[in-house]
Design a protein around this ligand. Sequence first.
Ligand SMILES: [Zn+2]
Length: 456
Amino acid sequence: MRFLLTALAFLFSVSTHAQQKDEEVIKKIYNEALTNGKTYDWLHYMSKRIGARLSGSPEAAAAVEFTRQVMDTLGLDRVYLQEVMVPHWIRGNKEFATILNSKRIGSRQVNVCALGNSVGTGPAGVSGGIIEVKSFEELAKLGKKAVSGKIVFFNRPLDNTHFDTFEAYSGAVNQRGSGASEAAKYGAVGVVVRSMTTALDDAPHTGSLRYAADLPQLPAVAISTKDAELLSSLLKNEADLQFHFQTNCKMLPDVLSYNVVGEIKGSQFPEEVINVGGHLDSWDLGEGAHDDGAGCVQSIEVLRIMKTLGIKPKRTIRAVMFMNEENGLRGGTKYAQLAAKEGNKHIAAIESDRGGFTPREFSVDTTPEKLAKMAAWKPLFKPYGISDILAGGSGADIGPLKPLGTALMEYVPDPQRYFDVHHTAEDTFEKVNKRELELGAGAMTALVYLLSEYGL
Ligand SMILES: [Zn+2]
């Protein structure tokens, strides 16, 4: 009995000691992030000096070079590029759209932008009657007779009763992703999609669509939510309203691009890899500051903080800047293909792709046992505003690692303002708060540190 008590006391003191040490290391990590952090300067360069970084563009190539050079200055064990062929879609001259000859307001120009990957209309544009639907089911019910020769207007708003705006987004985004091909089934000539935002604003929000292989490719635009409301209100009394839009976008041949990878080799288990990343490409309308310059600079900062504090991680840490998340996911797909071949074990991957806002949670897609192990770390994060480590989704780029048994995680900041700027001209450096960005980097570094100490 006495022996048992002594053993228990010993174990207790070991675990208390470990917890104290972890608390101290995490404090140092946050201190470094908040007093010497580099994320804000790096993000400034990416947003203001490089700017929008759509796959295949010269700016995307410049961002590859910039992040490679930054990581080269950090004294890492390895910095390298992974070749990946990416789609090269260009917007061309600015699009325009007009409500024609309304009995109530006459003709009026409305705010639109082409959806990514869309074909252009050609110089003549697309004109015709316009028919509003809220769902694919409603469209199917209308059928060919009602839809043929018309422009289809998908106008199901995001459901703002969700606390998590990403759930609202998920509930509406199939209109943008598949609406063009759904409308093509019934002989439509073009597609207008209500912007994917929780806000009522004048900015059209772009984003990618995917054409089904066996259907005609219809030109598609996003319309601002305010103009979607206007159009919808007119259609209630003028079912025969005419609409016109013209776009100049096109898809060019694929271009060679790269994922950028920086690595610190594990001191005890180098064959176990922990991956932390964001995506380097961005939409062409803004500066890609929140989406996803923030996630990229936070991921590089994880490595910088570890090197600066002299933390020698037990397991290998990799920061990955994925290319082409926005309109193809080629970088994430390529990374997972190479990971499957390299023989290392990818135990965990964390993505930051929900903007550089105030830290809230980590969501984890893994087994209940592994989640329970991570949930025990919650008290270590409490002083820094991370209130939960819970089961949930992860990022698009790391999704392809799932078949390798990798535990997938996402850094979850406050979601209330993200869709105000998402995929618009408003996604600029000025919208990012320095401390919020740095707190995110601190949180990600702390989680990577714990994963590297204790494995999964
Ligand atoms: Zn993103």
